[in-house]
Design a protein around this ligand. Structure first.
Ligand SMILES: Cc1ncc(COP(=O)(O)O)c(C=O)c1O
Length: 460
């Protein structure tokens, strides 16, 4: 016979399985649960703890318990596509309803202000909300230093195109790096230099040589959960970058596109170590919520803000005010933090599953470098395996994967790798996808070995 806590636990599990309780939904409080199942508070707590251990629910202090995952037994169609290329959030975790509520409230509250031309720097009450929001990640800035932009991509493009107070013109990028930035730099005809970034970081002596010898306007870096590597700089590395930037009068453009995915309390942005106003901080809202809103923010020193405002105004006058006002309400209501916790937990579990599957399935010739968090990881391939061959073979099996080639400058030596994104997957898809990757790579390697043997036979 089941214990009472098992009865409560299994009953909630069933509600999760049948979607009576939906992902992200708040569960009954401990008191309500004890009344509903006529049990003690301790029994209800034990049941919730068991569900938490199984990663089916999570708790927010002083708020309550929330549903995390769809039950693993969910039926899936065998022909369903497995997409390891995606960079936009899982539609299943997009907060449509909550945001719809904020859009409606914003119209009631601000009326005509939302449908007129607006400040190019951003809706003032959103900038005030962003001041508190950014302070939570140790980015302290007043509304006058904050600009709202139409996506981080816009901020990067504008920064790449405008003159800087240091009067220099070249841009230094990590290799590999975010391909959207490479595209902007190429279109703008900017002189671009690269510095190799590995899972261990960058060589600080080489960074110093670049800063000292080349006319570097700014160094573009993705310190946290890098795209495509998935890794982050250590605190010491961040401090060294700031020191060199100050010494050689180089700006740092810090792209913190996955700031809200952070699980460590100690991982502060480079911005927080800078006293000299040389770090320009960019934060996107695309990965955590709705990329179609085109909302991001950038924190700039006064010497850069003036020019940036001018470039931004001549680009799109201002970012859509309706989206901005709704984001303000979404942030101030606490919905954002709640949603971010839900997404963080999901992606953390997926990354754990990916690490586990890579370890179990991949042949020794393939080397998985699992991201320290966020959404991306990399699988390094042996030289004899062409990334395009494996991509094409997996495509036939309805698995989408991309190489890291597009993240390199044309002249920079490339590592032979695949980028794996977990953002639009789940535990089941990860397992099937990695097993297929392993199977495909092994078959291609065997085929090559056989062909090699044939070539070695002397037919004359
Ligand atoms: C590192 C990085 N920065 C910026 C962006 C663009 O973000 P947004 O949608 O805010 O323009 C992306 C998108 O994938 C990205 O990977």
């Amino acid at each position: 016979m089941k214990n009472k806590y098992e009865v409560v636990r299994d009953s909630i599990k069933e509600q999760l399985r049948t979607h009576t309780i939906k992902p992200g939904e708040k569960l009954p409080s401990i008191r309500t649960a004890s009344e509903r199942w006529s049990c003690s508070l301790n029994t209800a707590i034990r049941a919730y703890q068991e569900l938490e251990k199984e990663h089916l629910i999570y708790s927010i202090p002083k708020s309550g318990y929330y549903a995390v995952l769809r039950p693993l037994q969910r039926m899936r169609l065998p022909e369903e596509r497995i997409d390891f290329t995606a960079a936009s959030p899982d539609p299943e975790v997009m907060p449509f309803k909550d945001f719809q509520h904020c859009l409606n409230r914003a119209i009631e509250l601000y009326e005509d202000q939302l449908f007129s031309y607006s400040d190019p720097q951003g809706f003032f009450s959103l900038r005030r909300a962003l001041e508190s929001h950014l302070a939570e990640s140790q980015v302290f800035a007043s509304p006058s230093q904050i600009c709202v932009v139409s996506g981080a991509q816009q901020a990067l493009h504008l920064l790449a195109s405008m003159p800087f107070p240091n009067g220099k013109s070249a841009v230094l990028v990590e290799q590999p790096t975010f391909h959207g930035m490479l595209r902007s730099l190429e279109l703008l005809g900017v002189t671009v230099l690269g510095i190799q970034r590995t899972t261990a970081g960058i060589d600080m002596d080489e960074l110093e040589r670049h800063f000292r010898n080349n006319q570097i306007k700014f160094f573009y870096t993705v310190p946290r959960f890098h795209n495509p590597l998935g890794t982050s700089y250590t605190t010491e590395q961040k401090k060294q970058i700031v020191k060199l930037a100050q010494r050689y009068d180089v700006y740092i453009v810090e792209d913190d596109y996955l700031a809200d995915m952070e699980t460590s309390l100690k991982a502060d942005p480079i911005y927080s170590y800078d006293q000299s106003g040389r770090v320009l901080y960019v934060k996107s809202f695309s990965k955590i919520m709705l990329p179609g809103l085109r909302l991001a923010t950038v924190v700039l020193p006064p010497s850069v803000m003036e020019t940036f405002r001018l470039f931004k105004a001549s680009c799109d006058s201002s970012t859509a005010v309706l989206s901005q006002a709704a984001l303000e309400l979404y942030l101030n209501s606490g919905m954002y933090d709640h949603h971010a916790a839900l997404v963080r937990e999901r992606y953390r579990l997926r990354m754990e599953t990916l690490a586990d599957c890579c370890q179990r399935y991949l042949p020794p010739q393939l080397h998985a470098q699992i991201g320290t968090g966020g959404i991306f990881s990399r699988v390094l391939l042996p030289a004899e395996l062409d990334a395009q061959d494996i991509i094409a073979a997996l495509h036939q099996k309805n698995v989408r994967v991309t190489s890291t080639n597009q993240s390199y400058l044309p002249t920079f030596p490339r590592e032979n790798g695949l980028r794996i994104s977990i953002i639009q997957t789940d535990a089941d898809k990860i397992e099937r996808g990695i097993a297929l990757l392993a199977e495909t790579a092994t078959a291609l390697l065997q085929k090559q070995r056989k062909e090699g043997q044939w070539r070695m036979i002397d037919w004359t």
